[in-house]
Design a protein around this ligand. Structure first.
Ligand SMILES: [Zn+2]
Ligand SMILES: [Zn+2]
Length: 267
């Protein structure tokens, strides 16, 4: 999928600079929803059952018996798993990369690979110092020579600096993440996860970790083709103007979990 085509289907979890409210370019959730209702189901996605076929010849099969005198056991074929390439953007710390990898691999059946860091490109600088354009970062990630056949791999950039996009007339609308729907690439930033509230001071470490898996799973979900979900408490909810929405999310709802699982690699 080309980014140019994806641009208008990109969804964000965002916060306005200073006001730090969340926004969604896909615009699937209505305003004023109440929060905190747990969705049914679990956020953990069960991996597909391991393939158990064996090359052992069935001794009851006359044809097999007639054509062979020995049987060879081959190891069971391993079910393919989604590979997620995490790319540190700028000076993202090893600790943040480890936390992100742990957050994702403990909530979905993924093989997470941490790639070599990539410097924040000049082309992604916004008009405000220290803030970077998320869509430009997606362009950068898309062009990286990672998993060139792109068969099952997804790529997620991880930044600690503030990332922005244009929204609601604001040129630099701060966001938590951006993902191309049914694309390959997404980007997240821990910058706003570390805020207690939109403007507030530092969020406690457990809360930051909680937001990390919710936001990263949400953006990965977009790349697997999931759009925003109207079920309150679902991880695929539109952030809708406030980081508190993310704090009210608990799990993928049954429907989103089924879609997520269906989008994972098969045999
Ligand atoms: Zn979203
Ligand atoms: Zn859902």
């Amino acid at each position: 999928m080309r980014w140019s085509r994806a641009f208008f289907s990109v969804a964000t979890r965002a916060g306005v600079a200073c006001v730090a409210s969340l926004v969604c370019l896909a615009g699937c959730r209505g305003a004023g929803e109440s929060k905190g209702v747990a969705a049914a189901g679990s956020s953990k996605i069960d991996p597909p059952p391991a393939k158990t076929s064996s090359a052992t010849v069935d001794p009851t099969d006359p044809a097999a018996n007639a054509s062979t005198t020995s049987s060879i056991d081959l190891p069971p074929k391993k079910a393919p798993r989604l590979v997620l390439h995490l790319v540190p953007l700028g000076d993202t710390t090893t600790e943040t990369m480890t936390k992100t990898a742990d957050a994702l691999s403990s909530h979905a059946p993924l093989d997470v690979v941490v790639e070599t860091a990539v410097a924040m490109p000049k082309s992604a600088e916004s008009s405000e110092k220290g803030r970077y354009r998320a869509e430009k970062l997606l362009d950068l990630l898309e062009a990286l020579p990672i998993d060139a056949d792109g068969k099952h791999g997804k790529i997620m950039g991880v930044a600690e600096l503030d990332i922005v996009t244009e929204k609601n007339g604001a040129k630099n609308w701060g966001i938590l993440g951006l993902g191309a729907i049914d694309g390959r690439v997404s980007v997240i930033s821990t910058y706003r996860m570390k805020r207690a509230f939109e403007k507030g001071g530092g969020a406690a470490e457990p809360l930051v970790r909680e937001r990390l898996w919710k936001v990263s799973l949400h953006e990965l979900g977009h790349t697997l083709g999931l759009d925003h979900c109207p079920v309150k408490g679902c991880i695929m909810e539109d952030g809708h103007g406030t980081v508190k929405t993310i704090d009210g999310e608990t799990a993928l709802c049954d429907s989103c979990a089924a879609k997520f699982t269906a989008a994972l690699p098969k045999d």
